[in-house]
Design a protein around this ligand. Structure first.
Ligand code: AMP
Length: 113
C-alpha cells in the first residue's frame, strides 16, 4: 500500500534499523523502544491488523511468530520476552499495518497497561 509506512519500510523504500528479512516478512527496531529489545515484525503483504486476517493468512501469522522466536534467541532474550499485537485504536494501535512487538531485556510486568 502506497501510503503505509510499514509497507515502505518492508520494501526498504524508507530507512529503518532492519534486523531481518525474508520473502514474506521483515523486522526492524522500534523507533521509540519500550524495552532494551523492541523489534517490530511485519508481513510484507499489507494487512491492516489482526482483525483483517483471514484463514489464508494462518501460515503467514505462524511464520511471523516463528521469526519472533528466532529474533528473541538471536537477541539474547529467549528466556523472557513478550510478543504482542495491538488491534484497533482501543488497544493503542497507531500504525494500520499488522505488526508484532517483540519486547524483552527488562522485567515485564503483568497485566500490561
Ligand atoms: P502500535 O501503537 O501498536 O501500532 O505500534 C506502532 C509502533 O511503531 C510504535 O511502537 C512506534 O514507535 C513504531 N514506529 C512508528 N513509526 C516507526 C518507524 N518509522 N520506524 C520504526 N518504528 C516505528
Amino acid at each position: 500500500m502506497n501510503d503505509c509506512i510499514f509497507c515502505k519500510i518492508a520494501a526498504r523504500r524508507i530507512p529503518s534499523q532492519n534486523v531481518y528479512e525474508d520473502e514474506s516478512a521483515a523486522a526492524f527496531k522500534d523507533l521509540n523502544p519500550q524495552a532494551p529489545v523492541h523489534i517490530l515484525i511485519v508481513p510484507k503483504k499489507h494487512i491492516s491488523g489482526l482483525d483483517a486476517c483471514r484463514r489464508e493468512d494462518a501460515a503467514l501469522l505462524g511464520h511471523l511468530q516463528l521469526v519472533a522466536a528466532k529474533l528473541a534467541a538471536e537477541n539474547g532474550i529467549a528466556g523472557g520476552y513478550r510478543l504482542l499485537t495491538n488491534n484497533g485504536r482501543g488497544a493503542g494501535q497507531s500504525v494500520d499495518h499488522l505488526h508484532y512487538h517483540l519486547l524483552g531485556g527488562r522485567p515485564l510486568a503483568w497485566p500490561p497497561g
